[in-house]
Design a protein around this ligand. Structure first.
Ligand code: GDP
Length: 322
């Protein structure tokens, strides 16, 4: 593990790929090695800009990431692209993992693209993704893009591992806001209305104004400078507005660093993941214990049959644990 850690830190891509394979492996011995590796690499001091990007299938995520990634690599930056794909955890199929996506970017020497690991549950994917983020930082990537689809919990999960969270939307037909969940609006730093080109341009500009209005109503957070959160139109296909997006991201990141919010947020996120791991770990242990597991099943049946309220059943189990 010492050698592997050294090679990752020396930005050896094959070592990075090997390290990622190790952290993604379900084998217990691999997991132990992965922990040892991550421990050796922790505190390497390099921080990448972690950018979360969410949007429904078809909105233009891969087109955007490819164009944006090429813009960034063109400026000499090293860019890693990771995916958190909730569909791959359930069906084994994947919305995001397709290897043919981002063909140009994937061939670039300063880019590294990793599809979502297929794991049995989203918690597992989250843990692996966080480990891969840590590896990419140790390998001195400048920007880490974490992509997800805008469905279910994966979006919240990605927001909790990002410095900047970006929502990619399509131009709306009417004047309705497209069923974007309030919680997601609250964690978005940038809303990009994509496909602002050709016939769709007027709708994209209208939609941008609607979201800008909604963002203003929704919040003013301490970690936002004037003008943020921000909505703006882009065209990933025609590569328009992307330099502005990068300017906004660097402005926001720098402001947060200068005002102490960057560190505070990363610390809060670390504690969040610690607690999340304790929570899932505890539950897994309870289920591993035959006696407790039987009690849980019995209580679950009562809950199903409406004989016991869920919170009362939970209380009963917790009391029994004492
Ligand atoms: P994803 O599923 O979110 O990754 O979306 P894709 O990047 O695969 O794009 C879905 C479709 O939208 C493709 O046919 C793209 O060519 C198209 N598309 C993506 N970005 C733009 C854009 O900026 N303008 C237009 N007109 N089409 C776009």
């Amino acid at each position: 593990m010492d050698d592997l850690a050294k090679d990752v830190a020396a930005q050896d891509r094959r070592a990075l790929a090997r390290a990622i394979t190790l952290v993604e492996s379900a084998r217990t011995d691999h997991q132990e090695q992965a922990q040892a590796l991550l421990q050796r690499l922790s505190g390497h001091g390099h921080q990448a800009l972690r950018i979360g990007l969410s949007g429904t299938p078809g909105v233009g995520k891969s087109t955007f990431i490819e164009a944006f990634g090429i813009l960034l690599t063109g400026r000499g930056l090293k860019v890693a692209v990771l995916a958190v794909d909730p569909s791959s955890t359930r069906s084994g199929g994947s919305i995001l993992g397709d290897k043919t996506r981002m063909d140009r970017l994937s061939r670039h020497p300063n880019a590294f693209i990793r599809p979502s690991p297929s794991q049995s549950h989203l918690g597992g994917v989250g843990r692996r993704t966080r480990a891969v983020v840590a590896l990419c930082e140790a390998a001195r990537f400048d920007v880490i893009l974490i992509e997800t689809v805008g469905v279910g919990q994966s979006e919240t999960m990605v927001a909790e591992m990002s410095d900047i969270f970006t929502l990619l939307l399509a131009p709306a037909g009417g004047d309705e806001l497209q069923g974007v969940k309030r919680g997601i609006m609250e964690s978005a730093d940038l809303i990009l209305v994509n496909k602002a080109d050709g016939d769709l341009k007027p709708a994209a500009i209208r939609t941008t104004a609607d979201y800008a209005g909604a963002l203003r109503l929704l919040r003013k957070r301490a970690q936002d400078p004037d003008g943020f959160p921000k909505a703006q139109p882009v065209s990933a296909l025609h590569e328009e507005g992307l330099a502005q997006v990068w300017d906004d991201m660097t402005t926001l990141a720098q402001w947060r660093k200068d005002h102490g919010h960057w560190d505070k947020t990363r610390k809060r996120q670390a504690v969040h993941w610690f607690e999340e791991e304790v929570r899932t770990g505890l539950l897994a242990r309870l289920k591993d214990d035959p006696e407790i597991s039987a009690k849980m099943q019995a209580l679950a049946l009562e809950v199903q049959d409406n004989a016991l309220a869920p919170d009362l059943a939970a209380q009963t189990l917790l009391d029994a644990l004492r």
